[in-house]
Ligand binder design. Structure first.
Ligand code: IPE
Ligand code: IPE
Ligand code: MG
Length: 241
């Protein structure tokens, strides 16, 4: 199973406590740690975390730099945790326009964990669904592909992590009913789960509740009732639940 999470609400969490936004991001990082561990314990195979969007670059430089600093610290500190839990880290997004020190940190953790066979954590950092598609088309064009005959599988094969199955479930915390440019292509048929709870407050139980609810959904993929996939207990994308 592949779960994607739009980790939203750090700023509101801080505001509710009269704290500055960056405090919310610090707590949001702690929640991300809890949820990665919970997802790994639950046997989820792929977990995509929306860490920073291409549109988040519009924010004040102080906030952007703070988030990048947190990410850098996290990547360094979590390597032993990844090894202990057999977690492979991957990146989705535009690595080229990240600052070189962050890009290097990501490349390092991706390389150091590439042979680990447990859960894959895909960090969507400097990620936008539209930007990913633009980069995919550029890759296709550069490969000499005849773009007048391009197919869905050509495009899918040119995305950032082409071997990762489409997300089965996309979760959003903090109550907004939108996907904000997350996994635009891959999420075409993902089930959506929106929770009002702000991201820094998320615990293992919240993830379990979302996955339980997903198990009661009927996925029809454009077909009719009798061809639907009832997700409960049924392998999705050929994987174990
Ligand atoms: C999510 O929390 C973290 C990022 C987008 C980087 P926000 O910072 O968007 O928090 P709110 O939406 O302002 O509460
Ligand atoms: C989406 O949250 C991006 C991340 C969680 C990284 P935003 O806070 O940026 O989304 P909008 O602005 O509310 O759509
Ligand atoms: Mg937000």
């Amino acid at each position: 199973m592949h779960v994607g999470i739009i980790m939203d609400g750090n700023g509101r969490w801080a505001r509710q406590r009269g704290a500055i936004r960056t405090q919310g991001h610090t707590e949001g990082l702690k929640a991300a740690r809890r949820i990665v561990k919970a997802a790994s314990d639950m046997g989820i195979q792929h977990l995509s975390l929306y860490v920073f969007s291409t549109e988040n670059r519009k924010r004040a430089a102080g906030e952007v730099n703070f988030i990048m600093g947190l990410v850098k610290q996290y990547l360094r500190a979590e390597l032993p945790f990844c090894r202990e839990n057999n977690i492979r880290v991957r990146h989705a997004g535009d690595a080229k326009s990240l600052s070189p020190d962050i890009a290097m940190e990501i490349a390092n953790v991706v390389e150091e964990t590439k042979a680990l066979s447990g859960m894959q954590v895909i960090l969507a950092l400097n990620y936008g669904g539209r930007d990913e598609l633009v980069r995919a088309f550029r890759r296709l064009a550069a490969s000499g592909k005849d773009l007048t005959a391009v197919t869905e599988s050509d495009i899918a094969a040119s995305l950032d992590n082409p071997d990762v199955p489409d997300p089965d479930l996309i979760i959003r915390s903090a109550g907004e009913y939108r996907t904000s440019n997350f996994l635009l292509w891959e999420g075409a048929y993902s089930e959506l789960y929106i929770s009002a709870k702000l991201w820094p407050d998320w615990t293992r139980e919240d993830l379990e509740k979302a996955v339980d609810e997903y198990r009661n959904r009927d996925r029809r993929f454009g077909g009719v009732g009798d061809s639907s996939v009832h997700t409960g207990g049924i392998p999705v994308n050929g994987e174990k639940q």
